[in-house]
Design a protein around this ligand. Sequence first.
Ligand code: 1CP
Length: 364
Amino acid sequence: MPAPQFPPLKNDLILRAARGEKTERAPVWIMRQAGRYLPEFREVRKSHEFFEVCRTPALAKEITLQPIRRYTGLIDASIIFSDILVIPQAMGMEVLMNPGPHFPEPLETPADVEKLTKVVDVNKELGYVFEAITQTRVALDGEVPLIGFVGAPWTLFAYMIEGGGSKTFQKAKTWIFKYPEESKALLMRIADVCVDFLVGQVKAGAQLLQIFDSWAGELSPHDFGIFSLPTLVHISTNVRSKLAAENIPVPPMTLFAKGANYALASLADSAGYDTLGLDWQVDPAEARRVTGGKVALQGNMDPNLLYGGRDAIESAVKRMCASFAVDGGPKAWIANLGHGITPGVDPEDVRWFFECVRKYSARS
Ligand code: 1CP
């Protein structure tokens, strides 16, 4: 299949920041920027079920573009509308969204792994995401880069075993401590699907990749090193080598390991990512110090500050910009929230957040 041709990119701010460069202002986007806080999103969801939207490229494209249209010129990246749980689906599991994720038949014992699809053909199972990416990249007309993403193996493993969200992670923890070898084998199987899926997303037009390890912080530092980190290294190494083998440029890769701030120094040293996403529990200057300029950083305002009103947002953004600044301005920094935006936020307060980032991050 020949590589698709795309319109030239007009705003490469986020790509430059991810490469570690100084920028004239900080690029900004927000996790879950296409989502329930937008009335235009809720309107589409009235008549279409969640995974139906994911599986219909024209709808996924439309929703991806909603925040880009609403905040024209204020937002520096788009992220393809999809979900991390499309990988468990591709591996043969049923996943419903009502309103949170629900797996009618989660993996209960290692014997259940036999039920998963042996060899996952991502083109067959996830081709709809590739098609959505290609259509969206064309429709973006080069306004901003398009981010592709996957869930990290540990986070996906937790959903596949818990059968949905969890407060205690008791079932997933039972697996890793009772069946460590079977757990590691399953985690690596998931990692291999992540690799093929990310490579496919780049071929389809993704210009930056993000790995979401949303439940990393549920593991102790020791167990993160055993059950998550090796899979994250496997993904970065293999995505890079597979793309290089086909002479395809490797886009910047971001790892968001929420709650794993204890691991920032080692992730910066050896995980193989260009950018580390930060949650709001870490001080930006401290994150900069422990990562030693080896990686770019992304984040990290507490998403709940968006409920605090204009003054609270403005002073938090001002503080964040000052705290991430290097030599009097933004360098190797992508402004974002420290986790996804939540449904009750007023879209006009989001606009204010973008405007404040633009104002306070500008290099003087
Ligand atoms: O009814 C709805 O419309 C559901 C809301 C929703 C949305 C808008 C879900 C259900 N997923 C999404 C889209 C989504 N999910 C995106 C789209 C792109 C964008 O950011 O705009 C992305 C990147 C995700 C990633 C995702 N899904 C993560 C990782 C990021 C994070 O927030 O930690 C996780 C953990 C999920 C699982 C998931 N999907 C949906 C919900 C409500 C959840 C979390 C449930 C839980 O707490 O366990």
